[in-house]
Design a protein around this ligand. Structure first.
Ligand SMILES: Cc1cc2nc3c(=O)[nH]c(=O)nc-3n(C[C@H](O)[C@H](O)[C@H](O)COP(=O)(O)OP(=O)(O)OC[C@H]3O[C@@H](n4cnc5c(N)ncnc54)[C@H](O)[C@@H]3O)c2cc1C
Length: 477
């Protein structure tokens, strides 16, 4: 029987998006069959289901979700809808120049497609075409974007324009950003209203969703079977869209580092934002390795966020008491506050009304991976969205739909379809190694802000950081 959707201990986006008394989709009980079973009901799983239904409406698609759809990263992100042009170098390494340009345009059109989807399906996700400024808050970070602009310009691609400190101040009210580039296509959404709206659309299209139904075993038989706590689904094809929880699948583990990101919001401060000149203006990111982002919400709260939190261990298990559900407030409010002091000093004393955190599945390049498990041709994976899933999961859904339906097209043939990279060593080396790299990144970011050059070891370890806003130093995979 369906239970009332639990909203306590969830972040503010989901609390605002779920009406009191709303019901979960039923738990999986018994042993039904499906044509395609998707494991994980975040944006990646939902988009895969929708895309399959759009192309082949008679296909019987079932989603099994451990929590509720959107309970993972998709209902707790910062709602920044960003194109992937800043990762063009990595896209080009996997897809070639023409393939990278095609995918770049698809990612770039995501914001418009999200807006259209909201209109078509009556989703009020507070979509705002705010534009994005990628900037620098210290002299050492000025020009962090130069190499990517040069790569793009050589291919006659010009998605960004350079923007001066004065113009940034005019648009956003802060003088802390010394220079930057601007992408006018970027948008913001309300992540909770968005993912719940996408879930509603999937249900309307006939997708069966089982919530509170964690997969406990993936049986690699022919056809494959997904076992849950109280039932199982036998399906011709299985698609795994489990974000950080992909660590539970041995074949997928070595390609991602799981690390938390954190966000906070103030109370509504319309007058202060108005006075500052940052009422409904561009979303912003700096050029630290631990990227900081800022945006405002539809009800005029200030919403800062940072990367570089708790590191996942083993098949998930987070340290510091985080468990694997990421409930409650962020444990790094002081670090978020430091970023506000640096980027928006005028808002440094405004208290946080709430904060939260969630898992990110970082690949080395910062780009997601898709394909069939090396151990089973009918079990597919799509993960590694690396903290940029809002605009990329709709394209990920197209890629996974093509793979699951056996369609030969530009999506199934694209260079993001590739085997999981053997990037990271097994535990406990990866956990302690990741801590050493994270500590080095922190020191490098601090040294950059202080105008100092960190030592060789810190520079070398920080150079192992996976891709963030832009491609990491290592472009292949
Ligand atoms: C704090 C934060 C801020 C972010 N900000 C942004 C942003 O501004 N812009 C942006 O583009 N991206 C952002 N991201 C990243 C973005 O949210 C993700 O890339 C995106 O949501 C990934 O979607 P997903 O479906 O792969 O993952 P998820 O939404 O995490 O979905 C995976 C689902 O799988 C389920 N699952 C796991 N294991 C099992 C199992 N065994 N059985 C059944 N179900 C299972 C989980 O419960 C979960 O619901 C942010 C992320 C965080 C945490």
């Amino acid at each position: 029987m369906a239970q009332t959707t639990r909203i306590n201990a969830r972040g503010p986006w989901l609390r605002e998006a779920i009406s009191p008394g709303e019901l979960d989709q039923p738990e999986l009980v018994g042993d039904p069959k499906a044509d395609i079973c998707i494991v994980g009901g975040g944006l990646a799983g939902l988009w895969t289901a929708i895309e399959i239904k759009r192309r082949a409406p008679a296909t019987d698609v079932a989603i099994v979700e451990a929590d509720i759809c959107g309970g993972g990263a998709s209902g707790r992100n910062s709602g920044m809808v960003l194109s992937q042009w800043a990762k063009f170098a990595a896209l080009e390494a996997f897809c070639g120049t023409d393939g990278a340009a095609r995918l770049g345009h698809h990612f770039g059109e995501s914001a418009s497609n999200i807006e259209k989807f909201c209109i078509e399906h009556g989703i009020d996700a507070e979509f705002r075409r705010d534009g994005w400024i990628w900037g620098a808050t210290c002299p050492r970070h000025v020009g962090s974007w130069s190499s990517i602009l040069a790569v793009l310009a050589r291919r006659d691609l010009h998605p960004f324009r350079e923007i001066s400190r004065d113009e940034i101040t005019r648009q956003t009210g802060t003088t802390s950003f010394l220079a930057g580039i601007h992408d006018p296509t970027a948008a913001t959404i309300h992540p909770g209203k968005w993912v719940r709206g996408v879930r509603r659309a999937a249900l309307k299209m006939g997708v069966r969703i089982y919530e509170n139904s964690p997969m406990t075993k993936l049986v690699r038989s022919s056809p494959p079977v997904v076992r849950t706590t109280k039932g199982s689904i036998t399906a011709q094809r299985v698609v795994l869209t489990m974000n950080a929880w992909s660590l539970a699948i041995p074949e997928l583990r070595s390609a991602i580092l799981v690390i938390a990101s954190e966000d906070a919001v103030t109370q509504p401060i319309p007058d202060l934002l108005e006075k500052l000149g940052y009422k409904e203006k561009p979303l912003m990111g700096d050029s630290q390795l631990f990227v900081t982002g800022f945006r405002t919400t539809g009800d005029h709260r200030f919403n800062p966020g940072i990367t570089g939190g708790v590191i996942g261990y083993g098949s998930l298990g987070f340290g510091n008491g985080a468990g694997d559900r990421f409930e409650g407030r962020s444990m790094r409010e002081t670090a978020i506050r430091d970023c506000v002091v640096r980027g928006y000093p005028a808002l440094a004393d405004v208290p946080f009304a709430d904060s939260w955190y969630g898992p990110i599945d970082r690949t080395r390049s910062g780009l997601p991976l898709f394909g069939a498990l090396p151990t089973h041709p009918d079990i597919f994976y799509g993960y590694g969205f690396s903290g940029n899933g809002v605009a990329t999961t709709p394209i990920g859904g197209r890629i996974l739909a093509s793979l699951a339906l056996g369609s030969r097209d530009e999506f199934s043939a694209c260079g993001l379809v590739r085997p999981p990279e053997r990037w990271l060593p097994p535990e406990p080396i990866r956990y302690w190694g990741a801590h050493m790299v994270r500590a080095a990144i922190k020191r490098k970011d601090a040294a950059d802000h202080a105008g100092k050059t960190p030592g060789f070891i810190v520079r070398s370890l920080a150079g192992l950081a996976p891709g963030g806003i832009t491609t990491s130093r290592v472009t292949k995979n």
